[in-house]
Design a protein around this ligand. Structure first.
Ligand SMILES: Cc1cc2nc3c(=O)[nH]c(=O)nc-3n(C[C@H](O)[C@H](O)[C@H](O)COP(=O)(O)OP(=O)(O)OC[C@H]3O[C@@H](n4cnc5c(N)ncnc54)[C@H](O)[C@@H]3O)c2cc1C
Length: 634
């Protein structure tokens, strides 16, 4: 294998594989986006008998409660309380509950009651998983062979008077009394609520290869005894395929199983074990990691993963690669299908991209930010706190910038999704991992740069050579007046603003003012120079003065990691510390700087080329993105 291929596999670039199965969007209680239309059974995503019986009974129970709260139907006697579409396990289980709860109901079935099970192969073993589950409702599923199961199910339903009406339902339409259930041929049945329990009796999936339409190709095995001593190919890797292959092999057919994956991971353990036993005793030929490329009268052609072709003599083919859910029924009835990408999907996606683009530019500090600031729009309308050294003062400054709101929203998203994830996957691993991710986002990526470091800075923790002084509202008005209406004379302007300067700045030796006339608007900066490199930068529209006095002390570490900056509302670039967690090139602003920032360059190189590789070496690829990094967390 080439080095690149090995690397790509190590990165798991082959995942995610396949596509998500399209199914109607159904909530936990069986309801859909169409009020009053519910779904039960296989279409809920778990194709097992017990789950089907359980969901059918639960929906019927819930609908009976709804209807008894709503009271008698004003619509008249020809309106059923409930129309059940499909007389499979889910539909009939619902019917039993509906009868016990005294509902007026009808079951509509296009084929025959329990037709899916009736069509199982003869003598097929029945697995009633999960073994310790007792489904809600009255319908019991205990038989261990197909024929006994059909008898058991009919005995509890049809033989007890629950006889479905023979009808194929095309769609349901909202009506004043609830629904019109539209049948093939145009007749309608009127009902207040509808339960769709159609199973996956939709179309069989196709192989899409030449020869698929030959008579010898089928999707359903009725009686394996019919194929004794015949050469049969079964295609597929799920339970249906394996069970058919097993039944055929046990009944003396010469069976080959072709499956496109390299292992049989999907079927029930019993089926996989039995198939392997038959393969070991030479009764079943397994052709894993192969694909059928052609079906001919006398043989079939398989392609192996390495590109090799194999031709096998053949009399019959069973294509057991699953069935599509009856999605058209749901589309015609207005039910949203998960994964359908219609106009609404694209419109939502575009709107979402638009909102994200707007948010980015709003917080990025460019033209959009300036526009918001010029108009005192959110969050610039908040009063600037006078004393930055209090916690409230620091918070007040932080939340006057869009960036802080953006980071807060991001942190809340991580926490919100995190809590949901912990609730959903209740394993100790997921809990600890998600809490760790949340902690990284909350503390070093939000509280530290936005609140804790600035607060410490305003309290003098990093020396007092640099500090930010707020211009009080009344003084700000005077500044604006002086700046905009002064004659072009720096000395006169300095005299007029001197009373509003911080006392120490006003007392600087050799104080002089530098400004470039004409001043176009109050956002222009005024620079006040003092002896020995002292500099006060007045940003009138931001209502703050950055005071830099090199004769006072300053922390070397702070100057390296978050240098003082007149552009930053907090007076220092505390945001750079998120680079302690988000390594280059994920976060590149500490590496590509106007002047090289040596300490950050060292940190970035060590992170990217030493620490993260070591982390991966000892704990695997997921250690950084899965436990530390905020975007991985999201
Ligand atoms: C080959 C095979 C083997 C299986 N083996 C097992 C097993 O061993 N253990 C296990 O637990 N599960 C097994 N299953 C799964 C199990 O059969 C299903 O979970 C169960 O049958 C689903 O019940 P349901 O009521 O949702 O759908 P179904 O049983 O499929 O019933 C749906 C009914 O709706 C009818 N219908 C469809 N469309 C319309 C329409 N438009 N109008 C009116 N009626 C309509 C159909 O004719 C059908 O009778 C197997 C499935 C298959 C295919």
């Amino acid at each position: 294998m080439s080095a690149w291929r090995r690397f790509a596999e190590w990165l798991h670039l082959q995942w995610p594989a396949g596509t998500v199965e399209k199914l109607p969007e159904v909530r936990e209680d069986g309801s859909t986006n169409v009020p009053g239309l519910f779904v039960a059974g296989d279409l809920r995503g778990v194709p097992l008998l017990k789950f089907s019986a359980d969901t059918g009974a639960r929906v019927a129970e819930r609908l009976a409660d709804d209807l008894s709260r709503a009271g008698q139907s004003p619509a008249g006697a020809d309106v059923f309380d409930l129309a059940i579409v499909g007389a499979g396990v889910a539909g009939m289980s619902a019917a039993l509950t509906a009868r016990r709860r005294g509902l007026r109901f009808v079951v509509l079935e296009s084929s025959e009651p329990f037709s899916t099970i009736v069509n199982f192969p003869r003598a097929k073993p029945i697995y009633t998983y999960p073994k310790d589950m007792t489904p809600a409702g009255e319908l019991a599923v205990t038989a261990s062979v197909k024929e006994a199961l059909v008898d058991e199910l009919r005995g509890q339903t049809v033989d007890q008077g629950i006889v479905p009406a023979s009808a194929r339902v095309e769609r349901v339409a909202k009506a004043p009394h609830g629904f019109d259930v539209v049948l093939a041929g145009g007749d309608t049945v009127r009902a207040r609520r509808v339960l769709a329990a159609l199973g996956r009796s939709g179309d069989f999936r196709r192989l899409d290869v030449p020869g698929e339409d030959l008579d010898k190709v089928s999707n359903r095995l009725h009686d394996p005894r019919d194929f004794q001593a015949r050469r049969v190919l079964v295609v597929g890797g799920g339970d249906s395929a394996l069970e058919s292959a097993i039944a055929l092999a046990e009944n003396g057919a010469d069976v080959t199983l072709s499956y496109r994956r390299a292992d049989l991971a999907r079927p029930k353990a019993e089926n996989t074990e039995r198939a392997n036993e038959l393969a070991a005793s030479g009764k079943l030929a397994l052709r894993l990691a192969t694909e059928v490329t052609e079906i001919r009268e006398q043989d079939v052609v398989l392609r192996h993963a390495d590109g090799r072709s194999e031709t096998i003599p053949n009399d019959f083919v069973f294509a057991m690669i699953g069935r599509e859910a009856p999605l058209e029924f749901f589309r015609r009835s207005g039910v949203t299908i998960a994964g359908d990408r219609g106009a609404k999907f694209w419109a939502t996606l575009l709107a979402f991209a638009g909102v994200i683009g707007f948010l980015y530019h709003w917080k990025a500090g460019g033209k959009l930010t300036a526009k918001f600031q010029a108009h005192d729009w959110f969050p610039f309308q908040f009063m600037r706190p006078e004393d930055a050294s209090t916690l409230a003062g620091t918070l007040g400054i932080a939340f006057q910038t869009p960036a802080a709101w953006f980071t807060l929203a991001y942190t809340l998203a991580i926490v919100g999704f995190g809590v949901r994830r912990i609730r959903r996957r209740r394993t100790p691993y997921v809990t600890v991992q998600t809490l760790t991710l949340m902690a990284f986002q909350i503390v070093p990526l939000f509280l530290l740069p936005s609140v804790l470091l600035p607060w410490a800075g305003h309290r003098g923790a990093f020396g007092d050579a640099d500090r930010v002084v707020t211009i009080a509202p009344a003084a700000a008005t005077r500044w604006e007046e002086s700046v905009l209406h002064s004659p072009e004379d720096p000395a006169a302007l300095l005299d007029s603003v001197r009373p509003d300067l911080p006392a120490d700045v006003a007392a600087w030796p050799d104080l002089s003012l530098e400004v470039s006339w004409p001043i176009r608007h109050a956002g222009d900066r005024l620079l006040l120079h003092g002896a020995d490199g002292r500099l006060a930068t007045v940003r009138v529209s931001d209502r703050r003065i950055h005071v830099h006095d090199p004769t006072r002390g300053s922390s070397w570490w702070a100057d390296q990691l978050f240098p003082a900056s007149e552009w930053d509302a907090q007076g220092r670039e505390y945001w750079r510390t998120i680079g302690l967690i988000l390594a280059w090139p994920l976060f590149l602003w500490n590496v590509f700087t106007y002047q090289p920032m040596v300490l950050w360059l060292v940190i970035s190189v060590v992170q990217t080329f030493v620490l993260i590789p070591l982390l991966i070496r000892f704990w695997g690829k997921g250690a950084y993105c899965g436990w530390i990094c905020s975007c991985g967390g999201l």
